[in-house]
Design a protein around this ligand. Sequence first.
Ligand code: PEP
Ligand code: MN
Length: 338
Amino acid sequence: MIVILKKGVTRKQVENVEQKLASLGFKTHPIVGDYKTVIGAIGDKRNINKNLILSMEGVEEIVPIMLPYKLAGKELYKEPTTIDIGDGITIGGGHLAVMAGPCAIEGEDEFISVAKKVKQSGAVILRGGAFKPRSSPYSFQGLELEGLEIMAAAKKETGLKLVTEVVDTRDVETVDRFVDIIQIGARNMQNFRLLKEVGHCKKPVLLKRGLSATITEWLMAAEYIMSEGNEKVILCERGIRTFETATRNTLDLSAVPAVRDTSHLPIVVDPSHGTGHAKFVASMAKAAVAAGCDGLIIEVHQDPPNAMSDGEQSLTPKQFGDLMESLKKIAGVVGKSL
Ligand code: PEP
Ligand code: MN
């Protein structure tokens, strides 16, 4: 529920209401606006005597939150959220943030070389998999800790922010130490233990949509992270499974306006996993920007035919550079800077 406070409420009165709600087992989320202050109270409604709260000084009204995703939905947080990655990099707001890099980290020289190139083309965040959730146990599983160390070296060299996936609760602390954004992959979108674990981190979480997840299920996964205290969730549409085989997945670009309609969280699009074919990536990246996404995550490899993972959907640095040039124009049309 949302406890709406009277205009001119004092700090002490807000604190009293928060304390009361906490004593009744609610988690409180105060939001101080220019015009009004409200307190989001998440907990079991049966524990509360509404009149008791309504009778407290400074309280104006109580309204229920109807959506099941209380923190991820737009009822409590009405304004779109902008997530600060540091050094002026944000996801959300008027900027289009582009994350790029190889599917998997294969070696230091190759990784740093790609990092420099994507940075030159305008990417602000470097992607790379150190722990790879491969469909086959016989495929390359990633360099793990060595991969994270290579990422750190690339960051030192280029200044790019880092995003990488974590697949196991036991690695969350380590990954958290190395990167700026922790990625939860599509296959783990409903790994609730893992969601709760990253919910204890301070770093933003890039939450990919599950292979067959509805938007509601996806936002409930975000709620798992947020309800543990980490409200910095970035949603990532990466295609869903349909009957279509011409593309690896069906990139659901309607998720962009559909998420915007119900959630304040920023949303980025992954046209690489969304299509599975390098030749389709540019079209869908442009369409995603036109649809109003807050950013893109794109796989770029020095030598796609010889990539250890997802080469068929990876752009060369040159293709990525050309794409960024055309994205700048589209970003301008939809009022975003790149
Ligand atoms: C990835 O980003 O390399 C990846 C494995 O993505 P997804 O979880 O969307 O398949
Ligand atoms: Mn990949």
